[in-house]
Design a protein. Structure first.
Lengths: 364, 191
């Protein structure tokens, strides 16, 4: 025990260099001779060194602690991170919330669209295709309101039509063609020509598949329309063909022109042409004519969500439909006109000659 | 005179000399010059200021040990070295906390410092072992050992401080304490 203490003391004074030169030589000699002794010295030396390192590190840490205390961390932070704008911080903080909110919003929109039937194909078709039947009653009503305001009293218009469309003569003996959708559900049908004469009509034939209806004048005083100036084209017309139409989108006759833009109609329907022409409710049933004055189609509708896409039933289909009329249901023979007198005329003269054969169809 | 916010960065060799001499002034300059960079690194990578402090201080310890062991070759700028060490320490910390899978947004260029950190880890282990052993030792042994072996106070001063009647008693006490410390040190293994 005593020797151990002395031994430790000896090593320590040796390591600290406090040993006397004489003892130092003896000590070093003993280390060389006695391997076990040397090992003890080295082990002790290493241990003390570790203790020393521990001390140095402790001191360094306490020094740094003091320095750290002096720093103004919040000021440093501001200096270091000025490149993070507030928006970025907010985005980082709330991006999850934003994502959730966006998903909910999208879900809500989809759910609303779904419940309101936006995705149902039928509805989509209906909303994009509008038949050009004019709802006269609305117009009458608004006119009515104006009259009422002016006169301060209520006068019932003589004969308000519920719906209106256009029709044109098929033959001189009183047959007129229009769209099926114009006269669909009608109690009675009248036509009125450009001069104002009106005839009661009876429905002779309907073809809902082609949206065609054939009417006949049901009036004993009626004699004849006179010889028709136009003919019906049997073959299909070409793209780019200049076309025009005459109809009654309002209470007066209106002319519109355009061109044939597609061989098929709405959603690829081959019964009709697509025509780029300005048409409005009331144009339904009007004739579509080419430059030479041949009827090449029957205006039937337009696409609501596309510009300049109107549709006209091809004259070929019109003729097919007419030839299918059972002879029994015809009071008089339906003979289509074969002689075209419009071919060489200017557009103005063509219209002048034609307008007497085009009628406003009134439905009650 | 108007106080300038910009901290003047001391020259690299000036710092190394100061580290070798144990100069407190240089330590302060070093701290003020490079702590902001490490703070920035930690803050931009999911850390807070306290973690930045720990990382930076550990980095300084690595630097001190490297310089004092004489194997410090300045083949890169001191700034680069400090950044690389801090980055490595932070990555390790993040890996332990599972806060990040090893991607870090760098604000400086980096160099390989893995050998330095391996040495540091070894030292760190021993340091913690020693700390643990000393804490187990209890008073007055801990203070006696620290006073004599760390602060190199004379036996005479220790005698007076603890009221030992003679130096032999104090030596006896110191010897016992040392033996116990050794026992604790070699017994404990800290994970």
């Amino acid at each position: 025990m005593k020797s151990e203490i002395e031994f430790v003391e000896q090593i320590e004074s040796y390591l600290l260099g406090e040993i006397s030169p004489k003892d130092r030589i003896a000590f070093e000699q003993r280390r060389r001779d006695d391997a076990a002794f040397d090992q003890k010295v080295v082990a002790h030396k290493n241990f003390l060194q570790q203790l020393g390192e521990y001390g140095t590190r402790k001191k360094l840490e306490s020094q740094m602690e003091v320095i750290h205390e002096q720093l103004d961390i919040s000021a440093l932070k501001k200096e270091i991170l000025p490149q993070t704008p507030i928006i970025k911080v907010l985005w980082k903080k709330y991006r999850l919330n934003a994502a959730v909110a966006a998903s909910v919003a999208i879900l809500m929109v989809l759910a609303t669209l779904f419940t309101t039937g936006y995705f149902t194909k039928n509805n989509a078709t209906n909303s994009k295709y509008s038949a050009l039947r004019r709802e006269i009653i609305n117009i009458k009503k608004s006119q009515h309101a104006i009259i009422k305001n002016i006169q301060g009293e209520f006068t019932q218009p003589a004969d308000p039509g519920h719906f209106g469309g256009t029709g044109f003569a098929l033959s001189e003996n009183g047959y007129v063609v229009t769209n099926y959708h114009v006269i669909n559900g009608a109690d009675s049908v009248f036509i009125q020509d450009n001069k104002g004469s009106s005839y009661k009509m009876k429905i002779v034939y309907i073809d809902p598949a082609y949206d065609i209806a054939v009417l006949q004048v049901d009036d004993s005083s009626f004699k004849s329309f006179g010889a028709l100036p136009y003919t019906f084209k049997k073959s299909a017309s070409d793209l780019g063909e200049k076309v025009y139409t005459i109809g009654f989108p309002k209470d007066d006759i209106v002319y519109g022109e355009g061109y044939l833009s597609s061989r098929s109609g709405y959603a690829g329907d081959t019964v009709a042409y697509q025509v780029s022409i300005p048409v409005n409710p009331g144009n339904s049933g009007g004739p579509l004519l080419d430059n030479k004055g041949n009827v090449i189609g029957l205006i039937s509708g337009k696409q609501t969500q596309a510009d300049g896409a109107a549709f006209a039933i091809k004259s070929g289909n019109l003729l097919k439909s007419i030839s299918a009329i059972p002879q029994d249901s015809l009071m008089q023979k339906l003979v289509l006109n074969k002689k075209n007198v419009l071919a060489g005329l200017s557009r103005r003269d063509q219209i002048k000659k034609m307008e007497n054969y085009i009628f406003m169809v009134k439905v009650y | 005179m108007k106080e300038t916010k910009k901290v003047t960065v001391p020259a690299d060799n000036e710092i190394i000399l100061g580290v070798l001499n144990g100069s407190n002034e240089i330590l302060e300059k070093l701290y003020k010059a490079y702590f902001p960079m490490v703070l920035q690194l930690i803050l931009t990578n999911n850390g807070n200021e306290d973690e930045a402090k720990d990382v930076f201080q550990e980095t300084v310890i690595v630097l001190y040990n490297k310089v004092r062991n004489g194997n410090f070759e300045l083949n890169s700028k001191l700034k680069t070295f400090i950044y690389a060490v801090s980055r490595r320490i932070w990555l390790k910390y993040l890996g332990q906390k599972n806060r990040n899978s090893g991607n870090i947004k760098d604000v400086e260029e980096i160099i390989a410092v893995e050998p330095d950190l391996e040495r540091h880890q070894e030292r760190d282990k021993q340091f913690k072992q020693m700390e643990h052993a000393l804490n187990q030792l209890g008073e007055p042994c801990k203070t006696i050992i620290e006073d004599f072996y760390i602060y190199h106070r004379s036996m005479q001063a220790i005698c007076e401080k603890f009221g030992y009647t003679n130096a032999d008693n104090a030596k006896n006490q110191k010897y016992k304490c040392l033996q116990r410390l050794k026992k604790y040190f070699f017994q404990t293994t800290i994970e």
